[in-house]
Design a protein around this ligand. Structure first.
Ligand SMILES: [Zn+2]
Length: 268
């Protein structure tokens, strides 16, 4: 943050607090040495955060429901290693090493929402989409060579990243068609990605291009390179991920989020 933006930033922080009960912990300011400390936040990131929270609040039909669902969230930037973000109930962390995207904001706040409901929203998603988490079955699938990964880990090469149902560290057999999967996929990640896909899909907001790109990659040929997602056997994987006629609103995940925000899902 530049010192010239300090009043703009303070205003934004107050807005986030009053509208959404989101408290950004500022890492910028005047130091005791009399020098300005820029910290790791940029003005653009504050705007991006505010807009992305607005998108999440809008599917919940307003800021008051966002506050009810999330129950207040502190936001900090920290060096959290290889990940873009991390979340638990009432706390979201972004990596101080990089700038975050609008997608990451929605993804992490979706985790915080799930966490505030005892991680039961993702349990409901798993059930609704016909998935299940069975590590033993997953080991068995890997053992008999049905997995697109190695036994204990994935490999960073096409067709070996552990994208098939159950072929991940969690033994998560996703049901229906998520927009993607990898070795770290589990119902928690599934929920967060499903919320982001729902917000972005077929609209024109900060998440829309990415949502479209996540589906479009499956029309590529096997072994083709995608500028965002690298090289993989896209056509082969399309049977797991490409929705009916490429329309993501036809998926159970889209319908789940739609029903959830309309209050029609029973939370276990
Ligand atoms: Zn996540």
């Amino acid at each position: 943050m530049e010192s010239s933006d300090v009043s703009y930033a303070s205003e934004k922080l107050m807005q986030l607090k009053s509208e959404y009960h989101v408290e950004v912990i500022a890492d910028w300011g005047m130091g005791s040495d009399g020098h300005w400390h820029r910290g790791t936040w940029s003005k653009e990131e504050l705007d991006r955060l505010h807009r992305a929270i607005g998108l999440l609040a809008s599917i919940m039909k307003g800021a008051n429901h966002f506050v009810e669902n999330l129950g207040g969230v502190r936001v900090v930037k920290e060096d959290i290693g290889p990940h873009g973000g991390q979340a638990q109930a009432h706390l979201v962390k972004f990596n101080s090493r990089t700038a975050f995207s609008a997608w990451t904001v929605v993804h992490e706040f979706a985790h915080a929402w799930d966490a505030n409901f005892g991680w039961n929203l993702s349990v409901a998603l798993e059930k609704y989409t016909g998935g299940y988490t069975r590590p033993w079955l997953s080991w068995f699938k890997k053992l008999i060579g049905l997995s697109d990964s190695k036994f204990f880990k994935h490999e960073n090469k096409p067709g070996k990243r552990g994208r098939k149902p159950g072929c991940n560290a969690a033994g998560y057999f996703y049901g229906d068609k998520p927009s993607g999967s990898n070795w770290r996929f589990n119902r928690l990640e599934d929920f967060a990605e499903s919320v982001a896909m729902y917000i972005g899909w077929a609209r024109s907001n900060d998440l829309s291009n990415w949502a479209e790109a996540r589906i479009k990659r499956y029309v590529l040929e096997d072994g083709a390179g995608d500028k965002n997602f690298g090289t993989d056997y896209w056509k082969y994987y399309s049977k797991f991920f490409y929705p009916d006629r490429g329309d993501y609103t036809k998926t159970k995940r889209w319908k789940f989020v739609e029903e959830l925000v309309k209050g029609r899902i029973k939370i276990p």
